[in-house]
Design a protein around this ligand. Structure first.
Ligand SMILES: Cc1cc2nc3c(=O)[nH]c(=O)nc-3n(C[C@H](O)[C@H](O)[C@H](O)COP(=O)(O)O)c2cc1C
Ligand code: SF4
Length: 451
């Protein structure tokens, strides 16, 4: 295996790794002690800013920069939400961190709250994570007992309370403003932005939302320093204005048709091929890769010819995907039908759309209707263009929706049809020999019946 030594996953697999005593024995909470004893909040903010850390939750926004958007000298309260909803299909790194090393996450959360002057943190966790729920709650209780949480933490004068909140079991609860609405006891309907959460978030107060893996990275930056963090990854691309680079370690979730699925830690910029072959042990039974989801289903698809795509914040975008997303890589071998893939994907997004925006609500359900018609042997070649028209017109990128769920629904459609059009056409011709060439409009009811 590569010379890289895992840091974020260093404790995973060790006995009782989730307990406070095991964490402290491995040097845990030294970063927090250093921060509270020797640094001011602004210095911690600058530290994280200069590390180049970008959020690991999907959008890759620079973490330190996000923290500077909080209003200066705000009288408070300032809130911090730890996004542990982990709803992107194929993604399970947050769960592993919470189950096996919850204190690494909590240490990063406490440091982040100190830097942002947040006095209350909400740990918003996906409903379906019972083990993580128990271990995080036990870890929080231990932190209170040990003086890492509560009033006057380690005698520093800084006080913080952390509350756990169970998610509402929907994909949209992971979108930061959907999460905030859900936390406030409402439906997780994403808010129109601006105002962004940094200005008006939880209970309309300034709020930071960060991912669990981002918090774990903060722990390591505080403990090991900026130089260590920037010693790995990919520097900014001079051709991309304001590119912040892709520094630090990353947790890659690998699943699907690989011999050794799992969560692997490596520097940002690992190629898909290296991940599949070196870490995943290749595709079972000597089969070939047909397609790869690079970062959760909403990021789209890579073909077998695109496996040298580097998994950094710019890599998948250069191959026509939406982005790095959560770096959850799902491998599909040559036995997988791309028609089945797209049908599944459309079903997921039609089910998960919250329905606020017409282009997303209608677009996701119409694309599912079209896929169902194709699957039922009533598809027309024209339907592929209709699907592309939907894909190209829904989402934040074309500017028609409130949140990015619609972009996530669009990318699998755009990539599957543009990169695998021949397979879709062959399927339609074979299953609808009498009607594949028709172009006349199909009554709307026909789609609804098949829905
Ligand atoms: C539909 C949708 C679902 C999302 N789900 C998650 C999620 O489960 N976990 C997460 O951390 N971020 C998720 N995000 C991204 C969040 O909105 C937000 O960018 C992120 O939590 C910020 O944390 P970070 O800067 O540390 O990455 C989602 C975004 C969208 C549009
Ligand atoms: S884009 Fe879709 S999921 Fe997001 S707010 Fe609009 S309808 Fe809801």
């Amino acid at each position: 295996m590569a010379a890289f030594e895992p840091v974020l996953l260093a404790n995973v697999g060790k006995p009782d790794s989730y307990t406070l005593s095991a964490y402290e024995a491995s040097g845990g909470y030294q970063g927090l002690r250093k921060v509270l004893q020797t640094m001011s909040p602004d210095q911690v903010k600058d530290l994280v800013k200069s590390s180049g850390l970008r959020g690991r939750g999907g959008a890759g926004f620079p973490t330190g920069l996000k923290w500077t958007f909080l209003p200066a000298n705000h009288p408070g309260p300032i809130y911090f939400c730890l996004n542990a909803d982990e709803s992107e299909p194929g993604t399970f790194n947050n769960r592993i961190l919470m189950e096996s090393d919850p204190h690494q996450v909590l240490e990063g959360l406490i440091i982040s709250c100190f830097a942002t002057k947040a006095s209350t943190a909400y740990f918003y966790m996906r409903y379906e994570f019972p083990t993580a729920w128990d271990r995080v709650n036990a870890a929080i209780a231990d932190c209170y007992r040990a003086g890492y949480l509560g009033s006057n933490i380690l005698g520093s004068g800084f006080s913080l309370n952390v509350y756990t909140h169970r998610g509402a079991a929907a994909y949209i609860c992971g979108e930061e403003t959907g999460l905030i609405e859900s936390l406030e006891g409402k439906r997780a309907w994403p808010r129109i932005k601006p105002p962004f959460p940094a200005v008006e978030g939880v209970f309309r107060k300034p709020t930071v939302v960060n991912n669990v893996e981002t918090a774990a990275c903060v722990t390591q930056i505080a403990t090991r320093g900026v130089e260590w963090f920037k010693s790995m990854g990919v520097p900014p691309d001079p051709k991309i204005p304001r590119d912040a680079g892709s520094y630090g370690p990353k947790l890659y979730c690998l699943s699907g048709h690989v011999n050794r699925p799992g969560c692997y830690e490596a520097p940002l910029g690992l190629t898909v091929r290296e991940l599949i072959d070196t870490y995943g042990g290749g595709v079972p039974q000597g089969r070939k890769v047909k397609a790869v989801i690079p970062g959760g289903i909403s990021m789209g698809l890579l073909t077998a010819e695109e496996l040298d795509c580097p998994l950094d914040f710019n890599g998948p975008g250069r191959y026509g995907c939406l982005g790095l997303g959560t770096a959850a890589v799902v491998v599909m071998d040559e036995t997988v039908s791309m028609v089945d893939f797209l049908h599944n994907s459309c079903q997921f997004f039609a089910h998960e759309s919250c329905g606020q925006c017409t282009p997303c609500r209608e677009g996701t359900s119409w694309s599912l209707g079209l896929m169902k018609r194709i699957m039922a042997g009533q598809g027309r070649l024209k339907d592929l263009d209709l699907l592309l028209e939907i894909g190209d017109t829904i989402g934040i990128i074309p500017g028609t929706t409130i949140c990015g769920l619609a972009d996530g629904a669009a990318w699998p459609i755009k990539n599957a049809i543009r990169k695998f059009r021949g397979e879709f056409e062959e399927y339609i011709r074979r299953t609808n020999p009498a009607g594949w060439m028709k172009t006349d409009p199909v009554p709307a009811m026909k789609l609804v019946e098949l829905h």
